[in-house]
Design a protein around this ligand. Structure first.
Ligand code: UDP
Ligand code: MG
Length: 318
C-alpha cells in the first residue's frame, strides 16, 4: 500500500474539459518531486464525465485516489471529504482543479514546510477576473478582516499546503457549515503567506455560481464574526436612547411653546425605518439560529458513493 509523504486534495465539479491537462501537470510534478505523492480527487456530484475519468485513472495509476460523492455538496464540503481520506505522513496540498492554482508551487511551499511552517497559504497578487468580481472579492476580504474575531489573511483562498497535523485537526473540528480558510486561521501554529499570480481558468466556466459565492461569504461572516449580532444590540440601545431623548425634547417644547403640531412625514419615516431595521435584525439572528439548527442535526457532512484506492482496486468491477 502506498503511504505518501504528501497528499494533494482536489475537488472537481464538472471539470471534464480541464481533466487531462490537470492530470498531465500533476504527473509531471509527481515524477520529479523528492517525496512520494498521492492525489485525492473528489468528484462533487458532476453531471459530466468527470467521475468516470477519475475512476479510470485511479484504476490505472495507484498514485491517484478517486472519491465520488453522492451529489453536489459544494466546494468546501468536497474539500472536507477529501481531507478525511488523507494518509500523508507530512503535508497536504490543496488546489483547485481548473489550474488557477499552479500545482508546481508545491516545491516552493514544501520548502517552507521543511522550515517548520504548519500552514503555507497562497496570497493572490493579481486576479484575472472581471472588475466587478475583483472589487467584490477585495471588499469581502477586507470586511471579513475588520469584523471577524480571528485574523483571516487578506486575499487568500483554500490554496495552501498544510501539515498533516493541521489537516487532522481540521477533520476533528465538528462544525457543519465549513469555511475552511477561517478554520485554518483559527487553528494557529506557524503560518506564512506566499504571493503568487492567479492564473486564468484553463477551460470551462467558473463552477461557483453567485448563490454559492454568497453562501461562502455568509458562512465566513456568521461563523467567524459576532459583529452582526453585536450591531443589533447596539442599534437597539441607540434607538431606545434616542427615542427617550426625542420624547424629552417634545415634552420640553410643549412646556415652553405650548402645543406644537408635528407632521406625519417624520413619523412615517421613522416607522418604516425601524420596521426595516427590525426585519434585518431578525434576519441576522436567523442566520445564527440556522447554523445552530444545522449543527444540532448532526448530519454527516457528505455522503460518499464510491471510492477507489489502493486496497479496493483489486475487487472493483472493471
Ligand atoms: N467546485 C466543487 N463544487 C462546487 C463548485 C466548485 O467542487 O459546487 C470545485 C471546482 O471544480 C474547482 C474549485 O471547486 O476545482 C473552485 O471552483 P471554481 O474554479 O469554479 O471557482 P472560482 O475559481 O471561480 O472561484
Ligand atoms: Mg477557479
Amino acid at each position: 500500500m502506498l503511504v505518501p509523504a504528501i497528499n494533494i486534495v482536489i475537488p472537481l465539479y464538472n471539470e471534464e474539459d480541464v481533466f487531462d491537462k490537470l492530470i498531465s501537470r500533476l504527473t509531471t510534478l509527481m515524477d520529479s518531486f523528492e517525496k512520494t505523492i498521492e492525489v485525492i480527487l473528489v468528484d462533487d456530484g458532476s453531471s459530466d464525465r468527470t467521475a468516470e475519468l477519475m475512476t479510470d485513472l485511479a484504476m490505472e495509476d495507484q498514485r491517484f485516489q478517486s472519491v465520488i460523492l453522492s451529489r453536489n455538496f459544494g466546494h468546501q464540503i468536497a474539500l472536507s471529504a477529501g481531507l478525511q481520506q488523507i494518509t500523508a505522513t507530512e503535508a497536504v496540498f490543496i488546489i483547485d482543479a481548473d489550474l488557477q492554482d499552479p500545482p508546481e508551487l508545491l516545491g516552493e511551499f514544501y520548502e517552507y514546510y521543511k522550515q517548520g511552517y504548519d500552514v503555507v497559504y497562497a496570497v493572490r497578487k493579481n486576479r484575472k477576473e472581471n472588475f466587478l468580481k475583483k472589487f467584490a472579492y477585495k471588499s469581502f476580504y477586507r470586511l471579513m478582516d475588520k469584523i471577524s474575531y480571528i485574523h483571516i489573511p487578506l486575499d487568500t483562498g483554500d490554496f495552501s499546503l498544510i501539515s498533516a497535523r493541521v489537516a487532522h485537526l481540521m477533520n476533528e473540528m465538528p462544525e457543519q457549515s465549513r469555511f475552511l480558510r477561517g478554520m485554518r486561521s483559527w487553528l494557529g501554529f506557524k503560518q506564512i503567506g506566499v504571493e503568487y499570480n492567479r492564473e486564468e481558468r484553463q477551460s470551462g466556466e467558473s463552477k461557483y455560481t453567485l448563490r454559492k459565492l454568497f453562501q461562502l461569504a455568509f458562512n465566513g461572516v456568521f461563523n467567524f464574526s459576532e459583529l452582526p449580532i453585536k450591531l443589533i444590540t447596539n442599534l437597539g440601545l441607540l434607538t431606545i436612547v434616542s427615542s427617550i431623548g426625542y420624547f424629552l425634547y417634545v415634552v420640553a417644547k410643549k412646556l415652553i411653546y405650548g402645543n406644537v403640531p408635528e407632521g406625519f412625514t417624520g413619523l412615517l419615516f421613522v416607522l418604516v425605518l425601524f420596521g426595516g431595521i427590525q426585519l434585518l435584525s431578525l434576519g441576522l439572528i436567523g442566520e445564527y439560529v440556522l447554523r445552530i439548527f444545522f449543527q444540532v442535526k448532526q448530519r454527516p457532512l457528505f455522503i460518499i458513493k464510491e471510492t477507489i484506492k489502493d486496497k479496493e482496486r483489486k475487487n472493483h468491477r472493471l
